[in-house]
Design a protein around this ligand. Structure first.
Ligand SMILES: NC(=O)c1ccc[n+]([C@@H]2O[C@H](COP(=O)([O-])OP(=O)(O)OC[C@H]3O[C@@H](n4cnc5c(N)ncnc54)[C@H](OP(=O)(O)O)[C@@H]3O)[C@@H](O)[C@H]2O)c1
Ligand SMILES: [Zn+2]
Length: 360
C-alpha cells in the first residue's frame, strides 16, 4: 500500500530535476491518521527547505499521529537547514516510510535511528530501486567523488560527425536539437574542448529551460582560443576556461573566469566540478577529448542522436577517437535503452557497465 504514495513522492521530487545539486532530489507527503493526504513538498534547490519541512508545514496539526512518506531518509545534521528528523518528531508523526537511506556520511542511517529512538515506526526500502534510479547522479558522486558523466553526440547513420571537408551543421533536425537543450537543462555543467570552440563556436545553453543555466566549461591545454566566441559572452550563462599548470602563465585573450587544474585531464576537471557541487556533467566535446574522458572513467552514459543520413568518407570524422583497445574482449559494453524517435532522428541512450577498466 505504501508503494502508491511513494510513487507520488517520487513525482514530487522530480519537479526539481536538475536544480538541486549538490543535493539530491527529494519528495515527501503527509497522510493524517485516517490515511488522507494532508501535505506535499519537495526540495526545490540547495539552501531551500527540505521536502519534509514543506509537507509538514502544509499538513500543520493534521500531521499528529499521521504518516510521513519521503523518498530519502530524513537528515539528522545541522546543514544549511536544521535537521528534519527533529521536525518530524516535533510534528508528532507516528510513522515514517522511506525509499532510500541517505548515503551522505553525515546521515547514513542516523536519521532513521533517531526517529526509532523517539518511538516513530520506520518502514524503509519502499521503492528503493526507483529512488536510486532517480538520484543516480547524486549517488554516483557520493560513491566516486566525481559527477555522473553523459557524453552526447550527433551522427549520421553511417557513424559520421562531419563531412570529409569538416562541414557538420546540421546533422540532426530541430526537434532533436531542442531535445539536447532539455538534456542540458538536466545537467549542472556542459564541457567542450578547445577544438570544438575553434570549429563550431557553440552556445551550449538550455535556451532558458534551466535557470541559472548550466556552467559552460572549455577544457584547453594550449589556451589557444579565439578572441571572439559566443561562449565568452557570460550574459546568457556562466563560462569557465579550465587548464593545467602548463598554461598557468599564459594570458587569455577572452574574458571568462579561469579554472586552474592540477593537470589538464578530464578526471581532474570532474573532480573540480564535483567540488563545485555538480552532480551531472554533459560532455559535448569532439572525438579527441571524448575518448580521453571515456578512458579516464568520466563517462557513465552516452546519448547519441542518429540522423537518417549517409555522409560517407574514409577520413571523415567519427564521434570517438582512439580508445587504445587491442582486443574485442576489452570493448566497453552497456545497456541500450529502447531508441526513441525525435522528428526524423533517433535518440539512443546507452549506459556503460560499471566494471570497465581501460587501463588493463
Ligand atoms: N557531432 C557532434 O556531436 C560533435 C560534438 C562536438 C564536436 N564535434 C566536432 O568535433 C570537432 C572538434 O574535435 P576535437 O576532437 O578537436 O574537439 P574537442 O575534443 O572538443 O577538443 C579537443 C581539445 O581538447 C583540449 N584538451 C584539453 N585537455 C586535453 C587532454 N588531456 N587531451 C587532449 N585534448 C585536451 C585541447 O584543446 P587545446 O587545443 O585548446 O589545448 C584539444 O585540442 C569539430 O569539428 C566539431 O564539429 C562534433
Ligand atoms: Zn532534511
Amino acid at each position: 500500500m505504501w508503494e502508491k504514495w511513494m510513487r507520488r513522492a517520487l513525482e514530487l521530487a522530480a519537479l526539481a530535476e536538475g536544480r538541486t545539486s549538490p543535493n539530491p532530489l527529494v519528495g515527501a507527503l503527509v497522510l493524517d491518521q485516517t490515511g488522507r493526504l494532508v501535505g506535499e513538498g519537495f526540495h526545490s534547490r540547495a539552501g531551500e527547505p527540505h521536502a519534509e519541512v514543506g509537507a509538514l508545514a502544509q499538513a500543520g496539526e493534521a500531521a499528529r499521529g499521521g504518516t510521513l512518506v519521503v523518498t530519502l531518509e530524513p537528515c539528522c545534521h545541522h546543514g544549511r537547514t536544521p535537521p528534519c528528523s527533529e521536525a518530524v518528531i516535533r510534528a508528532g508523526i507516528a510513522r515514517v516510510v522511506v525509499a532510500l537511506k541517505d548515503p551522505d556520511p553525515r546521515v547514513a542511517g542516523g536519521g532513521i535511528a533517531q526517529l526509532r529512538q523517539a518511538g516513530v515506526e520506520v518502514i524503509a526500502d519502499v521503492l528503493r530501486e526507483a529512488a536510486e534510479e532517480q538520484n543516480h547522479a547524486f549517488l554516483h558522486r557520493l560513491k566516486t567523488g566525481r559527477p555522473w558523466g553523459v557524453l552526447k553526440w550527433a551522427m549520421s547513420l553511417d557513424g559520421r560527425t562531419a563531412l570529409p571537408n569538416g562541414l557538420s551543421q546540421w546533422i540532426s533536425g530541430p526537434p532533436a536539437r531542442a531535445w539536447v537543450h532539455r538534456l542540458r537543462a538536466g545537467c549542472d555543467a556542459v564541457v567542450v574542448g578547445g577544438g570544438t570552440v575553434r570549429a563550431d563556436d557553440p552556445l551550449l545553453t538550455s535556451r532558458g529551460q534551466r535557470l541559472p543555466e548550466p556552467l559552460r566549461v572549455v577544457l584547453s591545454r594550449s589556451l589557444d582560443l579565439p578572441e571572439k566566441a559566443r561562449l565568452w559572452d557570460v550574459d546568457p550563462a556562466p563560462t569557465v576556461v579550465a587548464h593545467g599548470p602548463e598554461a598557468a602563465g599564459r594570458s587569455l585573450v577572452c574574458g571568462p573566469e579561469r579554472l586552474p587544474l592540477e593537470e589538464c585531464e578530464p578526471k581532474a576537471l570532474m573532480q573540480a566540478l564535483a567540488n563545485r557541487g555538480c552532480n551531472r556533467v554533459l560532455w559535448e566535446c569532439g572525438p579527441k577529448l571524448a575518448a580521453i574522458a571515456l578512458r579516464q572513467g568520466c563517462i557513465q552514459e552516452v546519448a547519441a542522436v542518429v540522423a537518417p543520413k549517409l555522409m560517407g568518407g574514409m577520413a571523415a570524422r567519427t564521434p570517438l577517437g582512439d580508445l587504445g583497445l587491442q582486443r574485442m574482449e576489452d570493448v566497453p559494453t552497456g545497456m541500450l535503452q529502447h531508441p526513441i524517435g525525435i522528428g526524423d532522428d533517433w535518440l539512443m541512450r546507452f549506459r556503460l557497465r560499471a566494471c570497465i577498466d581501460f587501463n588493463r
